[in-house]
Design a protein around this ligand. Structure first.
Ligand code: CP
Length: 316
C-alpha cells in the first residue's frame, strides 16, 4: 500500500478487514517494524479520535510521531498556484510539503471541506495539493469528501459483531444537527459498506441526497421507519445537503433514533463515528443502551490505522 485516501487504495476490503482482525489479536506483534521511521500527523481541523488513535497505532508499530495543528501552530498555507501572497497566508504548500517530506516517512493530513464551493471541495483541492507536492506516502485523516480510516474501523466493527452467515442489512440514516456538517463520513461509509458486500440502505429526508458516485450500490429510502425494518446495523450521522451545497433543508418529521424505532429492526446494533451531540443527533437511551457499538467503533480506530500503517511501512 503506497497511500490511503479512499476505498480505492484498500485493495480487497474483506481481505483488509481480516488482516485487521488478525492484527487486533496481538497489537504488539510488529513493535519493531516502524523503528527509526517518523509519521507526521497534520491537522487543519479539530480531532480527538483520529489524532489519538493514529498516534497510538504508530507507537504500537515502534514509530516516532510528530503532530501539528497546521492552522494554529504553523504558518497559514496558501494552496493556490500562482497566488500573489500579499495577505495572511505566509507559506505556500509547495514549500511546506517539501519541508514536511524531508522530516517524515509517512504523512497524515486532515482537511475538512469549506461547504461553500462544491466543485473545489469535491475536487479535493487540499488533499490533492499534498498528494502533488509531498513525496512521501500520504494517509487521509479525513478529507473534504471521505473519511477512510473511520469507514475501515466501521467495517472491522461490523465484521467482528455480525452474527449472520449472510451479509448484514446496514442502514445509514441521516440524523438532525444544529449546524451544517460535511458529507465525508456518510460518503465514505456508503462506499465501504457497499464494497464489503453488505445490503446498504441510505435513509434521508428530501434534499439530503448524497453524490451518487458515493451512494451507488445502496438503496435510497425517504421514510426512516421503512428503512429501519429488519436492519442489523444502523449507522447514524448528520450531513448537510449536497445538491443545495452546505445548506440544511428544513425537515419536519422526527429523525432522532429512539428505542421505540429500534423495535422495527432486527435488534440492530447502532453505530456513530463520534463526536455526537446527545439528544440532538442521537438519544441518550440509544447511546447508553445495550445496542450501542459506539465505543467499540472508536477503539477499532487504532486497529484500522495500525493495519494501514503496517502495510505502508512494509513498502518503505
Ligand atoms: N470520528 C472522528 O474522526 O473523530 P475525530 O474528529 O475526533 O477525529
Amino acid at each position: 500500500m503506497k497511500q490511503f485516501t479512499s476505498v480505492h487504495d484498500a485493495g480487497n476490503i474483506n481481505d483488509l478487514i481480516n488482516e485487521a482482525l488478525q492484527l487486533k489479536k496481538n497489537v504488539n506483534a510488529n513493535a519493531e517494524l516502524g523503528k527509526g521511521k517518523t509519521i507526521g500527523l497534520l491537522f487543519l481541523n479539530p480531532s480527538l479520535r483520529t489524532r489519538m488513535s493514529t498516534q497510538r497505532a504508530a507507537y504500537n508499530l515502534g514509530m516516532n510521531v510528530m503532530v501539528i495543528n497546521l492552522d494554529k501552530d504553523s504558518w497559514q498555507i496558501e494552496f493556490e498556484d500562482g497566488a500573489v501572497m500579499n495577505s495572511t497566508k505566509s507559506e505556500h504548500i509547495k514549500e511546506a510539503a517539501g519541508v514536511i517530506s524531508q522530516y517524515c516517512d509517512i504523512v497524515g493530513i486532515r482537511c475538512f471541506p469549506g461547504l461553500v464551493d462544491r466543485e473545489k471541495d469535491y475536487n479535493e483541492h487540499v488533499l490533492n495539493s499534498f498528494l502533488k507536492y509531498c513525496n512521501k506516502p500520504l494517509v487521509s485523516l479525513e478529507s473534504a469528501t471521505r473519511h477512510p480510516l473511520q469507514s475501515f474501523a466501521d467495517m472491522i466493527t461490523i465484521a467482528e459483531t455480525n452474527k449472520k452467515n449472510s451479509p448484514p442489512k446496514v442502514v445509514l440514516t441521516w440524523a438532525p444537527h444544529i449546524k451544517a456538517l460535511p458529507q465525508a463520513v456518510p460518503n465514505s461509509f456508503a462506499e465501504w459498506a457497499v464494497a464489503s458486500g453488505a445490503e446498504v440502505i441510505i435513509a434521508q429526508p428530501e434534499g439530503y441526497e448524497l453524490n451518487t458516485n458515493f451512494s451507488k450500490g445502496a438503496k435510497i429510502e425517504y421514510d426512516q421507519d421503512t428503512a429501519l425494518r429488519g436492519a442489523d446495523y444502523i449507522y447514524v450521522k448528520n450531513w448537510s445537503s449536497y445538491t443545495d451545497y452546505g445548506a440544511m433543508p428544513e425537515v419536519k418529521s422526527s429523525w432522532l433514533l429512539t428505542n421505540e424505532k429500534l423495535k422495527l429492526t432486527n435488534d440492530a446494533k447502532v453505530m456513530h463515528c463520534l463526536p455526537v451531540r446527545r439528544n440532538v443527533e442521537l438519544s441518550d437511551e440509544i447511546i447508553d443502551g445495550p445496542n450501542s457499538l459506539i465505543q467499540q467503533e472508536a477503539g477499532n480506530r487504532i486497529i484500522a490505522a495500525q493495519t494501514v500503517l503496517k502495510k505502508i511501512l512494509k513498502t518503505l
